[in-house]
Design a protein around this ligand. Sequence first.
Ligand code: M6R
Length: 600
Amino acid sequence: MCGIVGYNGRAQAASILIDSLKRLEYRGYDSAGIAVFNEKTLEVFKEKGRIVDLEKTLPAVSGTIGIGHTRWATHGKPNKINAHPHTSGNIAVVHNGIIENYQELRDRLTASGYTFVSETDTEALAHLINHYYKDNLIDAVASALKDIRGSYAIAVLCGSELVAARKDSPLVAGIGDGGNFIASDIPAILKYTRRMIFLDDLEIASVTPDGISFYDVNKKPVEKTVKTIEWDMAAAEKSGYEHFMLKEIHEQPRSLHETLAGRIMELEGTINFEGLGLSESNISDISRICIIACGTSFNAGLLGKYLFEYLAKIHVDVEIASEFRYAHSAPGSLVIGISQSGETADTLAALRVAKSTGCRTLAIANIMGSTITRESDDVIYIRSGPEIGVAATKTFTSQLGVIYLLALYFGKIKWTINSDQMKRMLTAMKQLPSKITRILDNKEMIKKCAELIASSNDAYFVGRTFNYPIALEGALKLKEISYIHAEGYAAGELKHGPLALITKNTPVIAIATKGQTYDKMLNNIKEIKAREAHVIAIANENDSEIEKYVDDVIRIPSTEDILMPLLSTVVVQLLSYYVAKTRNCSIDQPRNLAKSVTVE
Ligand code: M6R
């Protein structure tokens, strides 16, 4: 996944494609490539690294139709072979998203005589389109799309035909002067046109030099509306959101969907972690886990502790990486390192210590090919896509997505959960992205509460059991982007000290969703209210009890009790964002902080 561009017109395509790809550089990528049809043959150029590296290798390429891509690896290492476009005969394909049944397609196409050269899911798509191609690219693409499961935005080049399609991954068509465009993101083509048409799911676009036609998957023509984009380039990069953080918060339905894609078989009650080297017998033998991480990833790890202990009955220690490496050891444990960047120096050093003492290591990471993923025995990618805001948001919910699945997977193998529980949990997990959308569509109460917090000097987040890590994450988010002093506490711990700090001037955000400790949480809220603090509760939508005890209630959709923390997370992210915005803070680049902390 990352950036797609396509052009069919009267100008030379290569320079337009390179220029358009450069406008997507801010999103991050690990390789880039273009394919151009030069009226006789298909020419493909790709390179690992930056677009300038690709540019340096490009000969004078002649041709007025082509496609281009910046890749951010999800299937297969970041290298030249895995870079897009992928080809099959005269067909070239660029793709964002995940083809969930790619292994099945790969087996089928291999049996039909196709040879695979890359490790990507996209190559299966190229061969599949070739398999169906007779003399019309739209027909071939439409047939191929019926065979694939998963998410995609694709642009396909074959001779003088350019066809694009989407499902669950953005794609926009642009109407230019003397040529037309396709792109995954508006900024790519904003220099060339402001007249754009947004494709909807399961729509196909055929781009010619003179126009763009749209079809559904049954090749029935579809009428589309042209929109004029008024954004400047800076707004376009953020898809019109004021900050990357807000954009990334809103991307969570899609990023979580990608995290779960192809891994959940809810009807069978099974989970598939592609390429995980831990066998069932390895997992049966695990009696201790040690999770190592920093910051937000640590908070994800802490929820992991609750989940592994509850679902798989495995004892878990969670250690701050910078402490573990000097003061702890984990003999006999499976050591799980959680890191978005995969480059955090403290986490890397702690994993090296663990490995040197003979522990098996498993990385949960976002960036494919990062140091931590290369040095760990096993890796599970969270597949969130690039995150630009310093504050981790969508990568946190994707980390949680993987951890929930892993704890369930271990529980199934250890017979600590039965098949009905498993099916119920997996079905509920599949519904989480749409529940996040509902939270994102109802932000008024969150904004109102943020205004109150914005004028405070201190704020407290409290929760019990599964909600406690989200209290820590809420406090971390608030302090890092709004500079308000904030703490997260296990609510039962307040009376052992922190309650002395609670006054009418200290708003308290109580994560009070339904679960085994709900009644205890109500008691803690009463203790807080007795000190006159303003209490904002995050609660289930159908909870009619909570409003008796608190000042404000932010209601969220209900799901399985132990999944509620993932939904509460979105609320604490938005609360922190709107507080920081009210205080006019530098939200995407908070003072003193960096996205990737590569020093110890
Ligand atoms: O890349 P990592 O997940 O290893 O980064 C660890 C922390 O630096 C990171 O989670 C940090 O706390 C967040 N950016 C805070 O929002």
